[in-house]
Design a protein around this ligand. Structure first.
Ligand code: OAD
Length: 244
């Protein structure tokens, strides 16, 4: 990674309000595979996009349940990495700091970030697939277990392709994007909407947009700064440079 540009440090030192959008890339250094990486092992025959849909769950609930159970066990064994930790520290240096994530793994919270805006739910929760509102625990042998209230299958409390995002979280994320001075897009392929719209909203509102990613994305050409590299390296370096 190149040094952090001085112009960017000047902008950040003057910024009152910073918003951040993270994606699966920030958790990859914790050992949680991203969505668009090829899957390995048991799951090599499937793409994540094929499994994370209401149609896949309707057609083969056991397959989808087991895939999420596998991801849940990966997440449970994972530790937040220096990228997560740097964001938790950065929050304390700005008058306002909004952290919006597409991740469902709680690693930001476990690194100490507060009030994380979760756009795509959380893998540690489950809910009734019929929407009866019951909340249940995981103590069941069936895959997937039935809802104790209405008997429909339980499912992970995450957003699948084609489903609406939780409206409060989306509204909070849009507000953060529209009012910030600087917006970071970190570890996301910037392909999945509406999350991918957030940096564009920030740009339209006049914010400086910074992308952190080892690979180019559709956002790269429009971002004000592209910090090419792994979040676990770039973000601690940025924090050090800011505090120097
Ligand atoms: P993707 O898997 O689409 O993209 C991960 C991004 O992280 C890629 O652009 C990688 O280049 C980048 N990356 C990999 N390692 C990195 C690292 N160490 N540091 C920084 N970046 C790194 O994941 P998302 O963009 O999060 O939604 O995917 C968006 C949504 O699509 C997910 O929330 C999920 C998925 O399907 C739903 O399930 C609704």
């Amino acid at each position: 990674m190149r040094d952090i540009p001085i112009e960017l440090l000047d902008i950040l030192r003057a910024a009152q309000s910073v918003a951040v959008l993270t994606g699966a890339g920030i958790s990859s250094e914790s050992g949680v595979p991203t969505f668009r990486d090829a899957q390995t092992g048991l799951w090599a025959r499937y793409s994540a996009e094929e499994l994370a849909t209401p149609e896949a769950f309707a057609q083969n609930p056991e397959l989808v349940w087991n895939w999420y159970a596998w991801r849940r066990s990966l997440v449970a064994g994972a530790q937040p990495n220096p990228g997560h930790a740097a964001l938790a520290s950065m929050a304390t240096h700005f008058a306002r700091f909004d952290l919006v994530t597409q991740n469902v793994d709680s690693l930001h919270q476990r690194a100490g970030s507060r009030d994380v805006i979760e756009l795509h739910g959380n893998i540690s929760r489950i809910k009734c697939s019929r929407g009866c509102g019951a909340v249940t625990d995981f103590a069941a042998d069936e895959t997937p277990p039935p809802c104790r209230q209405c008997g429909a299958y339980l499912r992970p409390d995450v957003v699948w392709f084609g489903e609406m995002l939780p409206s409060q979280a989306l509204a909070a994320a849009i507000q953060a994007a529209r009012q910030c001075d600087a917006f970071f897009s970190i570890g996301t392929s910037a392909l999945v909407y509406p999350a991918a719209e957030l940096p564009l909203m920030a740009l339209d509102a006049g914010a400086t947009v910074i992308e952190v990613n080892p690979a180019a994305t559709p956002l790269s050409a429009r971002a004000s700064f592209v910090l090419q590299g792994a979040a676990g390296i770039v973000l601690p370096a940025l924090l050090d440079a800011l505090l120097a």
